[in-house]
Design a protein around this ligand. Sequence first.
Ligand code: KIV
Length: 271
Amino acid sequence: MSIHNEIRRVTTHRLSEMKLRGEKISMLTAYDYSMAQLVDEAGIDVILVGDSASNVMAGHTTTLPITLNEMIYHGASVVRAVNRALVVVDLPFGTYQGNSREALHSAIRIMKETAADAVKLEGGEEVLESVKRILSAGIPVMGHLGLMPQSIHKFGTYTVRAKEEAEAEKLLKDSLLLEDAGCFGIVLEKIPASLGEKVAQELKIPVIGIGAGGGVDGQVLVLHDVLGITQQFSPRFLRRYHNLAAEIKGAVGNYINDVKSRDFPNEKEQY
Ligand code: KIV
């Protein structure tokens, strides 16, 4: 039996079992083969091929420009590396809103061309028809509410969402609609901790937070923020576990010095 068969893969069903037993779910982004391999080997439960690749990988200021083809490239690279984690790929802006046929077509392309396990999309009631149509093809869907970066031009700011009662009520209602439609989980971004906890208590499906407090069923962060590769982004909810930017610059600086001083390559490093 190969090592691949011995590993028990994370499934959407396993995530609901984790919620039932009160075991927190760990989720991180990854966008490429090498990082995804390390994150998977470290034992993460869910890898999100987020459209934050638009910022982190491509240097755009928002998530809007990334295309379906680019998300498929990132998704397929990640899937090739992963043996255990559940892999979720974001549907990018403009590929599912307002047209459920196109939503289904986009989701099918992601599933066929990346071999990922599920897709994620932003929004509640306004994208429900798309959610249902994707689910009808047997494709697992994860919702995303609260701060929705694809709608940045509607709100104009990345500030905390659903602080007012009306917005909090809509968020709870949207969460229930997504659960009833058949989503296997929901990401809640940048909302008050008390609301995150309330939604997690009301829903049977796992609720994963990013800046949604400790009362939800799991946490997700952007890998490059966690490792300290990105430096400008410092929201309150972020915990950095390393300062890789300094380490990488130090290592590259040492290499440059060794090349300039003719120390590299030495006799053992040539043929
Ligand atoms: O694209 C992304 O990285 C995300 C997370 C912030 C949840 O959607």
